[in-house]
Design a binder for this molecule. Structure first.
Ligand code: M5T
Ligand code: MG
Length: 572
């Protein structure tokens, strides 16, 4: 079972603490079982009356045993808490690390909301179970079984009460557990649903407002919320029912002991102390059963959590990290007969793409929406693996090169630039932690971002996703971030689209002047952006239709001429 496996894996390393927990639980149970006997002996001892010496001695003895029992219990809980918290910490670290390595495809499979629930709520369930086990996995059965044995030994004539109370308790508990388990099993998914809806709405809040869809979205959230509410309410109802039932069984059986025991005491067949011993053991037995029940109830919820955690931990990221040790020798990017289809799709997005970009060259890619430009760029960064052919960077197939080395050589400016919460400087230093302020300013200058950053300073706050910057500012910051890295290959995926034409032109001029030895691959929609490139690839439906310089293409390529004409007429 996944749960056991997970507990073994994450609590296992703390085995010295587990040994301590077992010892403390054992000590605590033995001491608890000892108490009623001492207690009863005091009552049975006729000499007690008026004999202060004996009272002090036996009373003191009881006090010592109780204190020892409390100490053992406290230590067991303390060690248990340490084990559980550490196991939880380690689990979260592993889930985070796994999720960070996930490719786009894996992310889509789990969904980010679910990954977050898995790493918080699910881990918490397993952690709780570990904690509960550490406090009572051993003491609960010891108390009930030891209690039964000692109660029977104390007085066989009252034992039939145990024989009735224990099965009744077991049946009631079994009924409650059997009702709770199915509800518990679905709780996690409902928490997931809440997170998913809330996350989506917060991300898309502007769209929701602009389209006046707040009511609809609210209904969607209410439904998920209502779902969780009613499931929680049902568990609550069962608990409310459980406690009075348990108390009823406990009280009725103590009344029975006193009633029947009282008669026996009356007729001189039973000593009053023995009756008290019996009564206290009966309580311990019932308490033990109750504790075991609560543990049993935790198991299904924790098991669901464990399954969901294991799914993440056991998933091999679909694009494995390169195993090879080869590092790219230079900035050459080569595509050789590359075809690619997205997993699960039947039509290829790229077909038989072949081209080479040498260090210092600018290769531009132009083509209509959905032509496969982003896909092509992502293949260089090995976000996906090619279906056929090969992609080589610096002469090494990307699948055979060391992934960290590969990425260290690439500076990617994604189509949708993402900035992290922090400051402008902390975002730029993603490229190189040790970059000096002068380096940062230089990069900002090339990226034409110096103007607006200078106003706010390098320590200007950046909101999550960079939402407090305009689209064009974000693009330029993410260009600067790639430049700080000083890579051998720069990949611009439509990175100039949000810039006005004059900023675009200045940016390209600065890039040409400063980065003459760097390979540049520029995806663009605007002819002006690609015009000066050493080679322009015109792609359509994943195929390279034509390639050449601007002037050559004007001569040879029908499609390129159409693109040029369409943009001329718009601008004219
Ligand atoms: C090309 C499909 C998409 C399109 C084709 C990124 C991505 C794309 N596709 C997927 O199925 N899954 C994905 O994760 O691939 O898409 P593209 O490469 O993004 O095209 P583009 O960059 O040329 O387009 P644009 O709009 O950025 O100019 O059919 O469905
Ligand atoms: Mg794109």
């Amino acid at each position: 079972m996944k749960l056991l496996h997970l507990i073994k894996r994450y609590a296992g390393p703390y085995w010295p603490l587990i040994v301590l927990v077992v010892l403390f639980q054992f000590a605590q149970s033995v001491l608890s079982l000892l108490l009623p006997t001492i207690n009863g002996d005091i009552l049975n001892d006729g000499v007690l009356v008026g004999n202060t010496d004996v009272i002090w001695r036996l009373g003191g003895w009881m006090l010592v045993v109780s204190l020892l029992q409390i100490a053992a219990n406290t230590l067991a809980i303390l060690c248990g808490a340490i084990i559980a918290m550490r196991a939880g910490r380690d689990m979260r670290a592993d889930v985070f690390q796994k999720a960070s390595a996930f490719s786009e495809q894996d992310m889509q499979r789990f969904g980010s909301a679910s990954l977050i629930t898995r790493n918080t709520n699910d881990v918490q369930q397993v952690q709780m179970l570990i904690l509960m086990s550490c406090t009572m996995l051993m003491s609960a059965p010891m108390l009930s079984i030891g209690g039964i044995v000692l109660a029977i030994r104390a007085d066989a004539t009252l034992s039939w009460i145990v024989a009735v109370a224990v099965p009744v308790m077991l049946i009631v508990m079994a009924l409650i557990v059997s009702r709770l388990v199915p509800i518990f099993a679905t709780l996690q998914e409902k928490v997931d649903a809440i997170n998913r809806v809330m996350r989506e709405q917060l991300t898309g809040i502007r769209v929701v407002r602009a389209f006046v869809q707040e009511k609809r979205e609210k209904r969607r959230f209410d439904k998920a919320n209502e779902d969780l509410y009613s499931a929680m309410l049902r568990t609550g109802n069962l608990f409310v029912l459980a406690f009075p039932l348990i108390m009823l069984i406990v009280e009725v059986s103590s009344v029975a002991v006193i009633w029947f025991g009282g008669h026996l005491v009356d007729s001189g067949e039973l000593e009053i102390g023995t009756m008290m011993i019996f009564l206290q053991y009966l309580m311990q037995i019932l308490m033990g059963i109750m504790m075991m029940t609560f543990m049993t109830m935790m198991i299904p919820r924790a098991a669901v959590g464990a399954r969901r955690i294991s799914e993440v931990i056991e998933t091999e990221a679909s694009v494995a990290r390169g195993t090879g040790s080869a590092a790219p020798a230079d900035g050459t990017v080569e595509f050789e007969g590359v075809s690619f289809s997205y997993p699960g799709a039947d039509t290829p997005v790229l077909e038989d793409v072949t081209f080479t970009a040498h260090p210092g060259e600018t290769v531009a890619i132009i083509g209509s929406t959905g032509a496969g430009k982003t896909t092509l760029v992502n293949l260089i960064a090995r976000q996906f693996d090619v279906t056929a052919g090969s992609v080589r960077v610096g002469g090494v197939d990307v699948r055979e090169s060391d992934t960290d080395q590969l990425w260290a050589n690439l500076g990617l400016v994604p189509q949708r630039p993402y900035l992290f919460s922090g400051t402008v400087a902390s975002n730029l230093r993603f490229g190189d932690e040790n970059a000096t302020e002068a380096d940062l300013w230089q990069a900002l200058e090339i990226a034409q971002a110096k103007g607006f950053v200078a106003e706010k300073g390098l320590d200007a706050r950046v909101a999550q996703g960079g939402t407090n910057f305009s689209g064009g500012q974000r693009q330029r910051l993410s260009i600067a971030r790639a430049l700080v890295k000083r890579p051998r290959v720069l990949l611009f995926d439509d990175s100039f689209s949000a810039l006005d034409t004059s900023t675009d032109a200045r940016l390209r001029a600065a890039l040409d002047a400063e980065l003459s030895d760097i390979t540049r691959i520029v995806v663009a929609q605007r002819v002006a952006t690609v015009q000066g490139a050493d080679r322009i690839l015109v792609i359509e439906s994943g195929r390279i239709l034509d390639q050449g310089t601007h002037d050559e293409l004007l001569e040879t390529s029908e499609t390129y001429r159409e693109i040029v004409n369409s943009q001329m007429s718009v601008e004219a």
